[in-house]
Design a protein around this ligand. Structure first.
Ligand code: ADP
Ligand code: ADP
Ligand code: ZN
Length: 214
């Protein structure tokens, strides 16, 4: 199974991907996470991407498509893929079609998480994650069971993203509206799109996704 999770920043793509990994044994392929790892490691890709990401603009199509191709190459062909935050432009849709064909994979679902834009700034400004395992949390909506301790791995260090500030979030939303929403009609005409209410609770969204995938 190969699925794409689409939605603006803060829609819940990363949170739901982590839950799908646990429930369905799939693998999360997040271009955002891959780029942040490249920035942290100071690779040539990271050096190119850093300033673009800080502004909230999109990194080049060629870079993100190469990252996805490399991950699929490293992965077993029997493991399902969740594309989280990719594709984001028409050129990336084309690249993904070519990459999937080359890896002998078919696209099963394109799932759009529908959310109110007004809620997104609040979600993003409260977002943090475990510095050790990457588990996603929120100051109000998704706290660890024990304050200051990661539910998944027990670590006590957490981190926040430098691009999770209001100004950058506004740019990211503009980018989403201008470049990513236009890819939906093409997938729609291929009969691949399902919509899930991303304003429901985290658990309810997971249940809706589980229904769709079973
Ligand atoms: P995305 O990957 O789409 O940018 P995230 O999954 O990182 O979004 O979610 C953004 C923030 O909102 C996180 O802090 C997460 O814990 C929280 N969150 C995710 N889904 C929901 C939801 N359905 N209701 C409330 N908060 C949510
Ligand atoms: P969010 O979870 O808030 O939607 P991501 O973690 O997916 O954000 O992406 C963070 C940043 O990384 C984006 O603002 C953009 O600069 C870059 N990025 C991630 N995925 C892509 C992509 N598919 N194409 C271009 N840039 C990307
Ligand atoms: Zn952890």
């Amino acid at each position: 199974m190969n699925i794409i999770l689409l939605g603006p920043p803060g829609a819940g793509k990363g949170t739901q991907s982590q839950r799908l990994v646990e429930h369905h044994g799939m693998r999360q392929l997040s271009t955002g996470d891959m780029l942040r790892a490249a920035v942290k490691a100071g690779t040539p890709i990271g050096l190119k991407a850093k300033a673009v990401m800080e502004r909230g603009e999109l990194v080049s199509d060629a870079i993100v498509s190469e990252l996805i191709d490399a991950e699929l190459t490293a992965m077993g062909s029997d493991v399902g893929a969740i594309f989280d935050g990719y594709p984001r432009t028409a050129a990336q849709v084309e690249a993904l079609d070519e990459i999937l064909a080359r890896h002998g994979r078919d696209l099963d679902h394109v799932i759009e998480l529908e959310v109110d834009e007004d809620a997104l700034v609040e979600r993003i400004s409260g977002r943090y994650s475990c510095a050790n395992c990457g588990a996603n949390y929120h100051d109000v909506f998704n706290q660890p069971v024990r304050n200051g301790t990661c539910d998944k791995c027990g670590a006590h260090e957490f981190k926040r993203r430098p691009d999770d500030n209001e100004e950058t979030v506004r740019t990211r939303m503009r980018e989403y509206r201008a470049k990513t929403t236009p890819i939906l009609p093409g997938y729609e005409s291929r009969g691949l799109v399902s919509r899930v209410d991303g304003m429901a609770s985290i658990k309810e969204v997971t249940a809706a996704l589980d229904d769709l995938l079973n």
